[in-house]
Design a protein around this ligand. Structure first.
Ligand code: PHE
Ligand code: NA
Length: 447
C-alpha cells in the first residue's frame, strides 16, 4: 500500500501546528501554571521547550519521515528485531489516555459555545460562573452528550483522512484564534487588579523550585503542548516526503506554540486576579475566568461565541492527531479499513471519556492516584510519565541508535555547529534531564 501524503509542505506545517495548538495552550497551560506558582513555572516550562521539546520534536519528525510508518511501525522499519518499537506502545497508550479526557474538556468548550449561541451565558448566571460550571460537569448526562459530539467530529475527520479538511481549517481559524487571544489579552490587562495577575505570571517566586513536582509538571506541560512523545508528530512526519526541510518547520511550531501559551496566560491571569478567582482552581480555571471577561467587555457575547468556536476547532485539529496515532497503528496491524478503525478506536476513547466525565460527578470519590480524580489521574500518567518516556525513547534512538550521519540525514541537519548542538541536546541533555526529573519526583533522588 502506498503511504498517504500531505498535499503540500504547507499542509504538513498546518497540520502539525494544528496538533500543537489546542486546549494545552489555553486550558491546560493556565491551570497548570496556576497550580505551580506562575512565573517560576513559566520559565521552567519555556526552558524545557527549548532545550528538550524542540530538539525532541525534530527527532520525532525525523523518525517518522525516515521510518515511514505508524508509531510502532516506524521503529520496526528502522530497527527490525530490536525492542525500540515497544516505545510505540507507550505512545498508543498515551493517545487513549489523553484523548479520553481531552474530548471531555473539548466537550465542555462545545457546550459553552452553545450557551453563547443560545444566550444562556450572555448575563452572569445567578449562582455565578463557578457554580454553574461545577454543576455542568457534575451532571451525569449533559457533558456526555457534548463529549460524544466532539468525539464524533474527531472520528469523521480521521475517517475521511486527516489531510483534506484540516489544511483549510488551520489556514483560516488558527490566525483568527491568535488575533482574538491578543485582543483578549489587551483587554484583560486593563482590568482592575490586572497587575497582580501579570506579576503572578512574570515575576518568578523562586521558592517554588524546591518542590520536585513543579519540574515534572513543567516537563509534562512542555511535552503535552508540543504534542511530542505520543507519536502524533511521528505519524504526521511519516506522511511527509523526503523533499521537505524539517528544522525550520520544527522551530516555527515550537515558537508559535509557546507564544500561544504566553498570550493565553496574559489574557487569563489578570482576569483571575481581577475577579478574585484562585489561580489554583485546577481544570475549571479558564471555564470560570473567561466568561467573566466576556461579560464585562464590549460585544462580549459575540466574542464568547467566536472564542469558543475557535477553541473547539483548535481542539479538533489536536484531537485528530491523537486519534490518528492508534488508527494508523491498528489499520496496518490488523489490515482494517480506515473507516472501521476510526470508529472502533474512537468508540473506546468515548467510553474512557465517559469515565472521566462521571469522575467529575457521581464518581468523584474514585481516585486512582493519590487524591486525584479520574481526569487528573489519566492526565498525570499520560502527560507527566508516558509522554516523557516516549520522548526519552525518541531521543535515545536518534542520539544513540543512529549514527551521527544518519541522524543528520534524517533531520535535514548538517554536521555544523547547529547540527551538533541539536544532536548534543538530543543525545545527552534531554535524556539526562528526563531521567533526573523522573528520579527526583519519584523520591529516589533527593537534593
Ligand atoms: N498539543 C496539544 C495541545 O496543546 C495536545 C496534544 C498532545 C496533541 C499530544 C497531540 C499529542 O492541546
Ligand atoms: Na499546545
Amino acid at each position: 500500500m502506498v503511504r498517504e501524503r500531505w498535499a503540500s509542505k504547507l499542509g504538513f506545517m498546518l497540520a502539525a501546528m494544528g496538533s500543537a495548538v489546542g486546549l494545552g495552550n489555553i486550558w491546560r497551560f493556565s491551570y497548570v501554571a496556576g497550580e505551580n506558582g506562575g512565573g517560576a513555572f513559566l520559565l521552567l516550562y519555556l526552558g524545557f521547550v527549548f532545550i528538550i521539546g524542540i530538539p525532541v520534536l525534530l527527532a520525532e519528525f525525523s523518525i517518522g519521515r525516515q521510518g515511514q510508518g505508524d508509531v510502532v511501525g516506524s521503529y520496526q522499519n528502522l530497527a527490525p528485531n530490536k525492542p525500540w518499537f515497544l516505545a510505540g506502545f507507550v505512545g498508543v497508550g498515551s493517545a487513549f489516555l489523553i484523548l479520553g479526557f481531552y474530548s471531555v474538556v473539548a466537550g465542555w468548550s462545545l457546550f459553552y459555545f452553545w450557551n453563547y449561541i443560545n444566550g444562556t451565558f450572555w448575563s452572569i448566571p445567578e449562582s455565578g460562573y463557578e457554580a454553574t460550571f461545577g454543576a455542568l460537569i457534575a451532571n451525569n448526562y449533559t457533558p456526555l452528550l457534548w463529549h460524544g459530539l466532539f468525539m464524533v467530529l474527531t472520528i469523521i475527520v480521521v475517517l475521511t483522512g486527516v489531510k483534506k479538511g484540516i489544511e483549510l481549517a488551520n489556514k483560516i481559524f488558527m490566525p483568527m484564534l491568535a488575533i482574538l487571544l491578543i485582543i483578549l489579552a489587551v483587554y484583560s490587562v486593563t482590568l482592575d487588579g490586572a497587575m497582580e495577575g501579570l506579576a503572578f505570571l512574570f515575576k518568578p517566586d523562586w521558592s517554588i523550585l524546591t518542590d520536585p513536582s513543579v519540574y515534572l509538571a513543567a516537563l509534562g506541560q512542555a511535552f503535552f503542548s508540543l504534542s511530542i512523545g505520543m507519536g502524533a508528530m511521528m505519524t504526521y512526519g511519516s506522511y511527509l516526503s523526503k523533499e521537505e526541510s524539517l528544522p525550520s518547520a520544527t522551530i516555527g511550531i515550537g515558537i508559535m506554540d509557546s507564544v500561544f501559551a504566553i498570550v493565553a496566560g496574559i489574557a487569563i491571569f489578570p482576569a483571575v486576579f481581577a475577579f478574585g478567582i484562585s489561580p489554583s482552581s485546577g481544570p475549571s480555571l479558564v471555564f470560570i475566568t473567561l466568561p467573566g471577561i466576556f461579560a464585562e467587555m464590549p460585544f462580549g457575547n459575540i466574542v464568547g461565541i467566536i472564542f469558543f468556536l475557535l477553541l473547539v476547532i483548535a481542539s479538533l485539529s489536536s484531537s485528530i492527531s491523537m486519534l490518528e496515532v492508534p488508527v494508523a497503528y491498528f489499520m496496518r496491524k490488523f489490515n482494517w479499513s480506515r473507516k472501521f478503525t476510526s470508529v472502533f478506536v474512537g468508540s473506546i476513547m468515548f467510553v474512557l471519556g465517559v469515565c472521566v466525565s462521571l469522575g467529575m460527578g457521581v464518581w468523584s470519590g474514585v481516585t486512582p492516584i493519590g487524591d486525584k480524580n479520574i481526569l487528573d489521574s489519566m492526565d498525570f500518567v499520560a502527560s507527566n510519565i508516558f509522554l516523557p518516556l516516549g520522548g526519552l525513547a525518541i531521543a535515545l534512538f536518534v542520539g544513540w541508535h543512529w549514527k551521527k550521519e544518519e541522524a543528520f540525514a534524517a533531520s535535514d541537519m548538517k554536521d555544523n555547529l547547529l547540527g551538533n548542538v541539536w544532536l548534543g541536546l538530543v543525545k545527552y541533555v534531554a535524556p539526562i534531564f528526563i531521567i533526573v526529573i523522573f528520579l527526583q519526583s519519584s523520591g529516589l533522588l533527593e537534593w
